[in-house]
Ligand binder design. Structure first.
Ligand SMILES: [Zn+2]
Ligand SMILES: [Zn+2]
Length: 286
């Protein structure tokens, strides 16, 4: 893989911006045509596969109709992306994106290279200004491109997460473990089948307990404020479960069923319309 960082020349355009989204979300806004059209230019034929040819509709200037002809040259998901970028009859350049972790977010470094000076000077100046204006819009597009992004954490903010993806289940559980941990009649959980879209910040402490069904559950909580945030399962390393109240927007939680109804207390009434399981059917959710 070529390096876009070590080859920067004096005539290259370099623009950097840091966004409050994990790399997977920024990547999504960079690699989906609909998202690209929102924050950059109308894209036609674009999808993230090496060799894909696509066009961008820029602003016409003089005899040039504004069409930019591009091709995906290389990509490493969530890390690197490069396109060729041809406009008019002469401009033959290259755009490379490098994504890197920056605290809770992502730093995007754009390098637009290959200008032949002084021939391309006017185009270079226009593009430099264009990139400086466009790149900040990538952040908003990232949010729009990932409507499923869930964020949350503990009460004091020491533990944070972001999850790009949808839960495979949302459930209330009235088992004794969940009563102890919640301090009330039941716990409420969102279960994710994959940890691929999960990003975590902060050092949670954990304790393990074996559920009635024999499943070992690791409860992760904040060592400062004590709030339970998420659960993992040694026997199912891909499964990731968060506590509904840890969401920044707990309204995103919409329970689909009730677990361990047999342990429920008369004073802990849950929606009687919820499908009930007397114990715990798979998948685990607390
Ligand atoms: Zn905390
Ligand atoms: Zn439970």
């Amino acid at each position: 893989m070529e390096s876009t960082v070590s080859n920067v020349l004096a005539d290259d355009i370099v623009v950097e911006a840091t966004f409050d989204h994990p790399p997977s979300v920024v990547w999504s806004a960079l690699t989906h045509g609909a998202a690209l059209s929102r924050w950059l230019m109308e894209a036609d034929g674009y999808h993230a596969a090496a060799g894909t040819r696509f066009t961008l509709q820029g602003t016409p200037a003089g005899a040039w109709g504004g069409v930019i002809r591009c091709k995906v040259l290389a990509l490493v998901p969530d890390r690197l992306l490069s396109w060729s970028w041809r406009g008019g009859s002469l401009l033959d350049t290259k755009v490379s994106w490098t994504l890197s972790n920056a605290g809770r977010g992502t730093t995007v470094r754009l390098v637009h290279s290959g200008f032949v000076m002084p021939r391309d000077d006017a185009a270079r100046q226009t593009l430099a200004e264009g990139w400086r204006q466009a790149l900040p819009r990538l952040g908003a597009a990232a949010t729009a491109a990932a409507p499923g992004l869930l964020a949350g954490g503990c009460a004091c903010g020491a533990i944070r997460y972001e999850i790009a993806g949808s839960p495979v289940g949302m459930s209330d559980c009235q088992c004794r473990d969940c009563q102890h941990r919640s301090g009330t009649g039941h716990g409420s959980y969102l279960t994710f089948a994959s940890r691929q879209g999960v990003r975590l910040w902060g050092e949670a402490r954990q304790w393990s307990v074996t559920g009635n069904g024999g499943t070992v559950k690791e409860h992760h909580f904040c060592p400062h404020c004590g709030c339970p945030v998420y659960l993992t399962f040694p026997a199912m390393p891909d499964v990731f479960v968060i506590h509904a109240a840890s969401l920044d927007d707990p309204g995103r939680y919409q329970p689909q069923y009730l677990l361990y109804a047999m342990r429920g207390h008369a004073w802990d009434a849950v929606d009687p319309a919820l499908p009930r399981h007397e114990t715990m059917p798979p998948p685990p959710a607390g």
